[in-house]
Ligand binder design. Sequence first.
Ligand SMILES: Cc1cc2nc3c(=O)[nH]c(=O)nc-3n(C[C@H](O)[C@H](O)[C@H](O)COP(=O)(O)OP(=O)(O)OC[C@H]3O[C@@H](n4cnc5c(N)ncnc54)[C@H](O)[C@@H]3O)c2cc1C
Length: 382
Amino acid sequence: MELLDDSLVPAHARERKRAARRFAAEEIEPVAADYHASGAYPWDVLEAAMGAGFVAQHIDEAHGGRGDDLSTLLAITEEFFRVDAGIALTIQLAGFGCDMLERYGTDDQQRQYLRPVAENSQLSGLAVSEPETGSDLAGMSTEATKVDGGYRLSGEKYWVGNAVEADWLTVYAKTSDREDRYSNYSLFVVETDREGYHAEHVPEKIGMRASKQGHIVLQDCFVPEANLIGTEGGGFYMLAEFFNTGRVVVGGHGLGLAAAAIEEAEAFVDQREAFGRTVSEFQAVQHTIADMRLRFESARALVWRACQKVEAGENPGYWAALAKTEATETAVFCAERSMQLHGGRSIFADRRISRVYRDVRIPVIYEGANEIQRNLIYRHRP
Ligand SMILES: Cc1cc2nc3c(=O)[nH]c(=O)nc-3n(C[C@H](O)[C@H](O)[C@H](O)COP(=O)(O)OP(=O)(O)OC[C@H]3O[C@@H](n4cnc5c(N)ncnc54)[C@H](O)[C@@H]3O)c2cc1C
């Protein structure tokens, strides 16, 4: 039975999942190793993904997208991350930061910023993390100071997907210094060609090399009042709400990566010989494969259950954190076990398993390190 089978996927998402699998096989797989080696931005694959309807299509039809729901997004995500996490992340982040604008933006903002992303003529991004602060969302220091007609933003952002490539970003900045530290932040649309906006790529990474993140310096960067998203002081809460869906999707990152690790392990031990037999004939090896499958099937059932819960609005913070944590740690477990089963060949740089092994280190950190997810699981437990 194939690992990412349809049975957990709602019927309405299955055709998109099949299309995603075809796209990944035809457009991502043939170039994945090369992009991993070069660390270049995969513009051609991104453009092909736009043509095939896989970029920013969670945006509603009213704004030019397809209105893909969370289940559809998750179904596509596990297929793409199975084939290559770096390219998959680039495809996914091309519409990052749009959710808050879709939910809380004005009609003008949606026309000016959301629609071009949905129609794939612009790229967006979400700038929250900073060089000195990542996990503590209420401890960020980039400031937006109220001035005549708008705000001036000063500070630094780090790790921002598409900071260099995007047309505009949703930027998280401090607008007050109240005792309630969660009410001090706001979200702004910041166009990347504004005066005072400078961005460069962060240093080369070991994993997800076909995705690019940037270091942004904002120096008195003026944005008009019309660029404030929702209400001033509501940034933390808008972000927390977005993370409930984002973390289910990151669960899909973990599932795709775990599936890749298991596929590589099973294929290798079935053909490798030692002591006059194939390696898969040793019971210890069979148990390792069994453990990987146990973890994978449990994580996948949990992620799809979490997806239903989040879509239904039932304690979403709890379910999203469970899904993200379990699936991303399953990917780490499966990649590590798969490396061991590959013996010395595991460390050849051009092997798919060594790419997966590097990539799995990342989803346990982004969208909130798993320690933060455990805090949320405990806090929101029913
Ligand atoms: C490839 C990649 C892409 C990214 N894309 C984006 C993006 O597009 N936009 C964006 O804004 N950010 C992005 N990020 C940033 C990411 O969200 C942060 O790296 C993450 O939130 C962790 O922040 P940090 O790295 O500053 O770690 P820190 O906050 O410095 O934490 C370091 C470690 O300390 C421990 N720790 C911290 N707090 C606690 C706690 N309360 N309890 C227990 N342990 C704790 C954890 O082990 C944690 O991993 C990206 C990161 C990567 C690697």
